[in-house]
Structures are given as C-alpha cells and as structure tokens.
Design a protein around this ligand. Structure first.
Ligand SMILES: O=C(O)[C@]1(O)C[C@H](CCCOc2ccccc2)[C@@H](O)[C@H](O)C1
Length: 148
C-alpha cells in the first residue's frame, strides 16, 4: 500500500502568490499542492493536503492523520510556528514524524520569527528555499525509512 503523506499549511498561506512576492514568491498555494501531488505520483506516495487559518482545525486534522494511517507530515505552521504549543502537542501526541518547512528564512527576519515550537521535535526543518523546500521535504519523507 502506498505511503500516505499529509501536507499541512497554516494561517495566511492561502494568500501565497497574492501579496509579498519578494518574501514568499509568486507561486500560489494551489501551485504548491499541484507540484506536491505530481511529485508524489512519481515517488509512489499519496499526498493529502490541508490548509487552515484556524489552530483548532489544524489540530483536528493532525488527530485524524493517525487514524488515517498517515506515515509522515510536512507542515508549514505559518505564524503558529512561533506561538502554538497546542499544535506542537497534537503532533507529538500522534507520534507521526514530521518535517517543518518555511518558505522564507525566518532566522533572517524579525526576532519573534526566530523561535519555533516545532523545530526541536522535527525530523528536519527547511527554511529559506522558497516553495522548493516543500519538494525537498517530500523527497525525503517519501524515501526515508524514518517515515516507513
Ligand atoms: O516563511 C514561512 O513559510 C512562514 O511560515 C510564513 C508565515 C506567514 C504565512 C504566509 O503569509 C502570507 C501573507 C501574505 C501573502 C503571502 C503569504 C510567517 O508568519 C512565518 O513566520 C514564516
């Protein structure tokens, strides 16, 4: 059975491509998802996607992932990166390994973006590579024994 991978994007990432192209590029979230699903086909994995502007919605989707047999999560928590113990707890509670992705280099931005509630528990954190970061994350999640 194909490995199931869940791609989660947090608040405001639905605005990708519409504002701040110098920071986040001009591609849209639909582009990110389309590319991920296409790459998933090539890699022999199933990519499910979810985006929410609401913390509880993200938490509920993470809870469902365990029941759904998801083997790996790729998450860009958006601004919840810097605030959400609740989403951290949901991820840890599922025992599903995850990779954290940020489009921008958060470490080169405002100080409040330098801390993540996720990085210390992530298998890896990819920052500053634009939407390519999602592709690199998927390549790893799809092939690493850490996500088998
Ligand atoms: O660099 C990233 O991927 C971020 O997770 C993006 C978040 C912002 C989500 C995207 O917000 C947009 C707002 C307007 C236009 C496009 C994106 C930001 O709060 C994090 O610090 C870093």
């Amino acid at each position: 059975m194909s490995r199931r991978i869940l791609l989660i994007n947090g608040p405001n990432l639905n605005l990708l491509g519409t504002r701040e192209p110098s920071v986040y590029g001009s591609e849209t979230l639909a582009d990110v998802v389309r590319i991920a699903k296409a790459n998933g086909e090539k890699l022999g994995v199933i990519v499910e996607d979810y985006q929410s502007n609401h913390e509880g919605g993200i938490i509920d989707r993470i809870h469902r992932a365990k029941k759904d047999g998801v083997k790996g999560i790729i998450i860009n928590p958006g601004a919840y990166t810097h605030t959400s113990v609740a989403i951290r707890d949901a991820l840890l509670g599922t025992d599903i390994p995850f990779i954290e992705v940020h489009i921008s280099n958060v470490h080169a931005r405002e100080p409040f973006r330098h801390h993540s509630y996720f990085s210390d528990k992530a298998v890896a954190t990819i920052v500053g590579l634009g939407i390519k970061g999602y592709e690199y994350a998927l390549d790893f999640v799809a092939t690493s024994p850490k996500f088998a």
